[in-house]
Design a protein. Structure first.
Length: 82
């Protein structure tokens, strides 16, 4: 039986809110470890955006990805095709 706070029971907006809260908490810390974690998370976020773009294109089209980013289909395909 799943719990209310498991990922499949949390909305996209709630997940984003949790991520922002965690990132904000790291950003306000004044220590090297928090800064290094943010650098690593920045790279990971970029990888996740690419994965999400490819998934969206696979289940829709590169045009949908382009529309969401406000750029051309050619630009998003070139950046995130994998």
């Amino acid at each position: 039986m799943s719990q209310p706070d498991e990922p499949e029971n949390i909305t996209v907006a709630q997940l984003a809110e949790q991520a922002r809260a965690a990132l904000g908490a790291l950003a306000t810390r004044s220590d090297l470890e928090a800064f290094q974690e943010l650098l690593g998370l920045s790279q990971y976020l970029g990888e996740c955006v690419g994965e999400s773009a490819r998934s969206l294109a696979e289940h829709g089209s590169w045009s949908r990805v382009a529309e969401a980013t406000g750029t051309t289909k050619q630009a998003v395909w070139s950046r995130w095709r994998g």
